[in-house]
Design a protein around this ligand. Structure first.
Ligand SMILES: *[C@@H]1O[C@H](CO)[C@@H](O)[C@H](O)[C@H]1NC(C)=O
Ligand SMILES: *[C@@H]1O[C@H](CO)[C@@H](O)[C@H](O)[C@H]1NC(C)=O
Ligand SMILES: *[C@@H]1O[C@H](CO)[C@@H](O)[C@H](O)[C@H]1NC(C)=O
Ligand SMILES: *[C@@H]1O[C@H](CO)[C@@H](O)[C@H](O)[C@H]1NC(C)=O
Ligand SMILES: *[C@@H]1O[C@H](CO)[C@@H](O)[C@H](O)[C@H]1NC(C)=O
Length: 564
């Protein structure tokens, strides 16, 4: 497919350059606001949609080229340590690091789903138990009753030593089933390996091992009866070496596994927060959304075990982790117990970045990004599900939040943009995302329109009320694929209204850095082909100063979108 098509802008308005549409005079809007009348919405939607679909198809075929892309252009050194990256490398400005000594809820006092096993009284062999260390009180039957009903698609919990019966679930016959080597063209990192286990599972964090009682020995184990996996939800060869490797060890009998010291009635989920986490975009794409996809159906009845454990990360997302799990997180890197479970997941299901689609095994409940945003609103107590209705109350002004930023991809004439937006009738707030996620989430949720430069805090769109408006300013340099796949399509999938503005050569700070005939201007595509580092050194290091003559119609369009 011709690459020129692939670079076509998906939502470019027909017949005019991005800046040349419909320069409606601001006073119209003011008059409208004063009168409380309704402006007829422009019916652009159908045309835009057709254009987008075509462009997207083409994107996917070209997308391999962009496999290494991420809105994050963090330095490699920080990634390979278990250390927070410098805040300057984090485009989701919410990602400012917290001091690692912050003790968050490490595994300690778990709630009702765990029973501390007293080994002195209930050792192996007592009471005729074939399961060492499992007291009578926690019989298999009780597990079955107290464990959350597994997904309807899953087979019933097998009793000990029993093979799993056939079902429509992705868990094949046998106590372990792994989803590996999945391919999503253009998003090679989107299909990390995940294993589901059922039966008698004994997790020994100190040995980085999940023992699985598996008398038949079958089910995808190597000749040593092991299966190794690095449970970070981004299948990226560059990142995986720094992810703790966890071994699933198949053992022929309960006696061959370590004794349980804590018995859980709910499934375990073991995953890593290494890699790019601490960047707000990646916190969502590589951990939180995958966690949501994997565990939301369990309705809190799940035990999370986190490796590459970062106390500040766990603290930062406590409201979300609490919403997903009724039990304190267990620090997989520093826990001496042997935790026993009737079911378990090693790794997380993950889709594209902020895009999730139905899938018979990876997303069988067909969760959408709308579900994810509802979940976020519930977890953070965000009140607004819908944006303001224009003209509903006299004098009411729709609210616009402009995300400002200290690092690169600054909006240099932010004040001018804010003034123009106020002039149009917006109640404008300019704010930089700090490390207080709940507070910033509330601020975003109170807005009707979110305006930000690509990769500069735009991930915060997840907190907007449904039908709110996102205005993405796309920097110079053939950023179409990234603009669409990291923010544009996600916005649509979250049922937000989406407006994008592509800057031209005159509006980028790159014009002060490179001559007009430089490859940055003449052939930015060539830079993309050179790969990530070439981009990071050039195009990703730009600030933006929008031409108000071109930009103003887009502010107006944002206002219009609130009519529909
Ligand atoms: C799946 O479970 C839900 C509630 O847990 C129930 O309403 C629904 O009927 C079940 N579907 C099937 C096919 O069993
Ligand atoms: C289970 O699946 C296997 C092959 O996938 C098939 O041969 C067998 O008949 C199935 N058993 C049942 C009970 O459906
Ligand atoms: C998910 O969507 C598929 C079609 O895409 C449908 O067949 C299936 O029934 C849906 N599952 C649920 C749980 O809604
Ligand atoms: C503008 O927003 C602020 C909150 O940031 C609010 O207190 C104020 O009432 C709003 N003004 C109008 C005119 O809506
Ligand atoms: C701003 O855009 C308008 C319309 O495209 C153009 O005529 C004008 O020259 C631009 N101004 C600058 C400073 O580039």
């Amino acid at each position: 497919m011709a690459s020129t098509t692939a670079y076509a802008r998906p939502s470019k308005l027909p017949g005019a350059g991005p800046g040349e549409r419909r320069p409606a005079p601001p006073r119209l809007i003011r008059a409208f606001l004063a009168s409380g009348a309704k402006i007829e919405p422009r019916k652009l939607a159908a045309g835009l949609l057709a254009g987008c679909c075509l462009a997207l198809l083409t994107y996917v075929s070209l997308a391999k080229l962009y496999a290494v892309y991420s809105p994050v252009f963090a330095t490699t050194s920080a990634l390979l340590q278990n250390a927070p990256p410098s805040s300057s490398s984090a485009p989701g400005a919410v990602a400012a690091p917290r001091p690692p000594e912050d003790p968050a809820f490490t595994g300690g006092n778990n709630g009702g789903a765990v029973d501390r096993v007293d080994l002195t009284e209930k050792g192996p062999g007592t009471a005729g138990s074939r399961e060492p260390g499992v007291p009578e009180a926690v019989s298999r039957k009780e597990h079955a009753e107290k464990a959350p009903a597994p997904a309807n698609t899953s087979a019933p919990m097998p009793s000990q030593g029993e093979r799993k019966s056939n079902s429509s679930s992705n868990v094949a016959a046998g106590p372990m089933s792994c989803d590996e080597n999945g391919v999503d063209e253009g998003f090679p990192y989107a299909r990390p390996a995940v294993c589901e286990l059922s039966g008698d599972i004994r997790v020994s964090p100190s040995q980085k091992t999940m023992y699985l009682v598996n008398p038949s020995g079958g089910g995808g184990f190597d000749e040593k009866g092991e299966k190794r996996l690095r449970p970070y939800a981004r299948n990226d060869d560059f990142l995986l070496p720094a992810v703790v490797e966890v071994t699933v060890k198949s053992v022929s009998s309960p006696e061959a596994a370590p004794q349980c010291t804590r018995q859980h009635r709910v499934p375990a989920v073991v995953f890593s927060v290494a890699g790019y986490t601490d960047n707000f975009f990646h916190d969502n794409t590589d951990a939180l959304i995958p966690l949501f996809l994997t565990t939301a159906h369990l309705k809190g009845e799940v035990q999370l075990l986190i490796t590459n454990y970062k106390p500040w990360w766990v603290q930062k997302y406590t409201p979300l982790l609490r919403k997903l799990s009724n039990y304190d997180v267990i620090n997989f890197d520093a826990d001496a117990d042997v935790h026993c479970f009737p079911r378990g997941y090693l790794g997380l299901y993950r889709d594209r970045d902020l895009i999730i689609t139905p899938h018979p095994t990876r997303n069988p409940r067909n969760y959408t990004m709308v579900d994810y945003t509802r979940f976020l609103r519930a977890a953070y107590g965000l009140r607004r599900d819908q944006p303001a209705v224009l003209g509903a109350e006299p004098g009411m002004q729709p609210r616009m939040l402009i995300i400002s930023r200290a690092g690169t991809r600054k909006l240099l004439n932010q004040d001018e943009v804010a003034a123009a937006a106020s002039e149009l009738g917006f109640n404008v707030t300019v704010a930089e995302a700090g490390d207080d996620v709940p507070a910033f989430a509330a601020l975003v949720n109170s807005a009707d329109v979110l305006l930000a430069v690509h990769g500069a805090g735009l991930t915060n769109q997840i907190f907007l009320p449904t039908n709110g408006v996102v205005l993405q300013i796309v920097p110079w340099g053939n950023m179409d694929w990234m603009a669409t796949n990291f923010y544009g399509q996600p916005a649509r999938d979250m049922q937000l209204r989406y407006v994008e503005y592509y800057i031209d050569e005159e509006e980028t700070s790159l014009k002060d850095k490179y001559p007009k005939d430089h490859v940055v201007f003449k052939d930015p595509k060539a830079l993309h082909k050179q790969g990530w580092q070439a981009l990071a050194d050039t195009i990703m290091k730009q600030d933006v100063k929008v031409n108000m003559t071109r930009f103003q119609p887009f502010l107006l369009q944002a206002m219009d979108e609130l009519q529909e």
